[in-house]
Design a binder for this molecule. Structure first.
Ligand code: ADP
Ligand code: MG
Length: 764
């Protein structure tokens, strides 16, 4: 017998008996979750009345009102809105128009100009399906007024259905972007509002002020959701709920010219008639800037609080005994650079302090972060503590293990590898060594922070290539010990604004110098038509006693077809192109031992050419490799290309990087690759990359740890981010623990917005 039933509106009906069993009363709220076919219901705790004044509870509750309770929003519309992540009134308020149209007045057809959206009225002169010279079918209607006529076109529509609505003689108000086709003006897929017999256009416009006669907001839609319907919902929401929006940030903290939240929201949804259209469309009006500030402010406040929380925590005061570090310095075949020494002393200072370290070390590819990390690790080991080093990929973890274990063996320090690929006895043994403290340094992937891994006495956690991990991983690692020090390393030079956002709770050290003796890498873009020339370069390089990487793009390591392409590539190169040379292959899906073997034989010069997927992006170090050919370079991000390229130019020989691309590269694509030709400065490349791709792609959205700001854009609003950070710091300087009434309110809002995301519960 079904316990639950759904009605036509997908509403759930709970039988009386079940309600009793669950001890539910009218007004109780349930939260539902589908877990493997089982529907889990949970009663949501009612808001505690003592936590906030009644007044506030009411207004807050209002903004949390489900969107389905808005007049005119039925279950179907609610479902569509949910697809746009609008489930509450608040979600709706923060769903901003992505552009605006100037529908303030009607333009005579003769005066319609290409570019920009315009509104006009007219009568349909003719309409029907036609075909372009190229054979493409489309639907065309010609519309005229007293001043002239214009052609409207639709592609990929149903002509039968179109013919039914587009009848000769019918009058309407049309809007859309005018474009030029040769000398002829035309509109593609315009909006139309039909006029009744004898109805006056100007009157209709005056009557429908939602869609005409003003700067009209255009909202992002989803299939089935229409602009007019969306506008109606938004108008309803703003009218009814804007008065409930609380301006939580005190005005004295707002930068000059900024609006309080409520006004800002009002102006983005209903722009004043004289608002500048271009600024609206670029999101640069005072209202837009104010919303960005609002968003950034709370994030930065969270970061500042976190940072302050950390400095208040009790941590380990390490002593620098030099027992192992001095020994290591003697073993190294080189001297640390001035930058490495400076950063190391910053780290040591943090480690000696009685509070936990929380430091980010930023250094370009090849700047020598590993040695710095190892030195820090040894300080912890000298004090009888364990160290965890976390890398984003298995191959990098193995590479670290390889390098570090090599030095540590000579010092008598035990290093253990821990990856997800490790199974059976090896794994059990590693876990045991970590648990009883025999393992002084543990190196691995995120497997290191899995539940099963228990440390005997973790004193320092090191996270390499941080941008792939988020704030959360950092805090899980932290919980593996008792307030261990945390050191984060990143090879991607992160533009300042991004770094401030992502790592606002960390102190920053920069290794801004490369070890001496590196020769700059020369980079050139080649079209595939010149492939044979590139192969000749490979041959030449090998003849000189050098080695080469051939990189094959894998969009994702799990994509088998691409993998096959890489393997086939290796085989093709060995059999047909370089039969006289030794070609090897390495990719992410190989077993660790196989990867290790491939890497070692390349290092030992048993291979001339290593065909690789991007697994070698980080970590591999073969100074004799001086040529890198990157296939389909246009598929990679610039920062990724920079990382890849950093695998050559590691020795004293001249190094080159060839970016192979198909001939039909887009203008943008060409520009991107030209950046690579022009500079080897990681920071400039990162800035360019960020500009071209936006922060989400730049970091790889999913794992980036990048907060999903609803309005603010790291790129566009960089200066506002700095203002927000200043304001947050200023506030904490005034009201250290946010103890005042105002501070309490800000803290509440902060927890509400970012609490779980920032793991603020502990300090807020
Ligand atoms: P990254 O910062 O990219 O992680 P690595 O730590 O892998 O760089 O270092 C790159 C290479 O430079 C390694 O071979 C390392 O041994 C070497 N190296 C590091 N520091 C120095 C130095 N001060 N002088 C010369 N070589 C160094
Ligand atoms: Mg590194």
């Amino acid at each position: 017998m079904p316990i639950l039933t759904l009605d036509d509106h997908n509403r759930l009906h709970l039988p009386e008996e079940l309600l009793k069993r669950l001890e539910l009363r009218p007004g109780d709220r349930l939260e539902a979750e589908l877990d493997n076919g089982t529907l889990l219901l949970r009663r949501v705790a009612p808001p505690s009345p003592s936590a906030s004044p009644v007044q506030r509870a009411i207004s807050r509750k209002n903004l949390q009102t489900g969107i389905q309770f808005i007049r005119g929003v039925g279950p179907k519309l609610a479902e569509l809105l949910a697809k746009k992540e609008i489930t509450t009134v608040e979600d709706a308020l923060f769903c901003l128009p992505h552009r605006y149209e100037d529908r303030r007045q009607l333009t005579p057809i003769r005066l319609l100009k290409p570019g920009g959206v315009q509104v006009f009225q007219g009568t349909v002169q003719s309409a029907g399906a036609t075909t372009t010279k190229g054979g493409r079918r489309f639907f065309e209607a010609v519309v005229a007024d007293d001043s002239g006529s214009i052609s409207l076109k639709w592609f990929n529509t149903n002509p039968v259905w179109m013919q039914r609505t587009w009848k000769t003689g019918r009058r309407g108000i049309f809007s859309g972007e005018v474009s030029l086709f040769g000398h002829q003006r035309e509109l593609h897929h315009p909006d139309v509002e039909w006029l009744e017999e004898g109805q006056d256009a100007a009157l209709l416009m005056a009557a429908d002020q939602l869609n005409y006669g003003r700067l009209v907001p255009v909202y992002p839609l989803t299939e089935g959701l229409h602009q007019k319907g969306m506008r109606r919902v938004m108008a309803q929401v703003t009218e009814q709920f804007l008065p409930n929006v609380e301006n939580v940030i005190p005005p004295r903290l707002l930068p000059a010219g900024h609006l309080p939240l409520r006004e800002a929201l009002e102006q983005v949804h209903c722009p004043p008639v004289d608002a500048p259209l271009a600024a609206l469309n670029e999101g640069r009006t005072p209202a837009h800037r104010s919303l960005a500030f609002d968003e950034f402010f709370f994030w930065e406040l969270g970061m500042a609080l976190k940072k302050r929380g950390i400095t208040l925590e009790e941590g380990i005061s390490f002593q620098v005994t030099h027992r192992y570090t001095k020994e290591l310095a003697k073993l190294l075949p080189f001297q640390l650079t001035a930058a490495q020494r400076r950063v190391l002393s910053e780290i040591k200072e943090d480690m000696m302090a009685p509070h936990p370290m929380h430091r980010l070390v930023q250094g370009d590819v090849g700047s020598g972060k590993t040695v710095v990390a190892l030195m820090a690790a040894l300080v912890a080991v000298e004090n009888g503590y364990q160290v965890a080093i976390m890398a984003p990929t298995e191959i990098l973890a193995e590479q670290h293990w390889h390098n570090i274990h090599h030095w540590c063996e000579q010092l008598g320090v035990t290093v253990v590898l821990m990856t997800a690929a490790m199974k059976g006895k090896a794994r059990t043994e590693a876990l045991a060594q970590i648990a009883d403290g025999r393992a002084a340094i543990v190196i691995g992937t995120h497997a290191v922070i899995q539940e099963k891994v228990a440390f005997h006495r973790l004193g320092l956690g090191i996270v390499d290539e941080q941008h792939r991990f988020g704030v959360l991983q950092r805090s899980v690692l932290k919980k593996k010990g008792q307030n261990p020090d945390i050191l984060v390393m990143t090879a991607t030079p992160i533009p300042r604004t991004l770094a401030m956002t992502l790592f606002g709770d960390l102190s920053l050290s920069v290794i801004d110098e490369l070890p001496p003796g590196r020769t700059p890498i020369e980079t050139r873009v080649f079209f595939e038509s010149r492939r044979s020339q590139v192969y000749a370069m490979v041959r030449e390089e090998v003849a000189q006693g050098r080695q080469a990487y051939l990189i094959y793009p894998l969009v994702e390591e799990s994509e088998k077809s691409d993998l096959k392409a890489a393997s086939q590539m290796a085989e093709h190169l060995q059999q047909e192109v370089f039969p006289e040379l030794r070609v090897g292959l390495i990719h992410g899906r190989m077993k660790p031992e196989e990867k290790e073997r491939a890497m070692l034989s390349f290092k030992a010069r048993e291979l001339d050419i290593l065909v690789a997927t991007t697994v070698i992006e980080v970590g591999i170090d073969v100074p004799n490799a001086t040529l890198m050919v990157i296939e389909h370079a246009e598929r990679f991000g610039l920062s990724q290309l920079h990382q890849l390229r950093g695998r050559v130019g590691r020795g004293s020989h001249r190094s080159r990087c060839i970016l192979l691309t198909p001939g039909n590269l887009s203008e943008d694509g060409r520009k991107r690759l030209q950046v690579m030709e022009a500079t080897t400065d990681g920071f400039r490349i990162a800035e360019a990359d960020l500009e071209i791709r936006g922060p989400g792609d730049f970091l790889g959205t999913r794992q980036s740890g990048m907060p999903d700001f609803r309005v603010a854009s790291i790129l566009r609003d960089g200066s506002i981010l700095e203002q927000a950070r200043d304001a947050a710091v200023r506030l904490l300087a005034e009201d250290d623990g946010l103890g005042s009434a105002e501070g309490q309110r800000l803290r509440e809002e902060l927890v509400r917005r970012w609490g779980t995301r920032l793991e603020l519960a502990g300090i807020a």
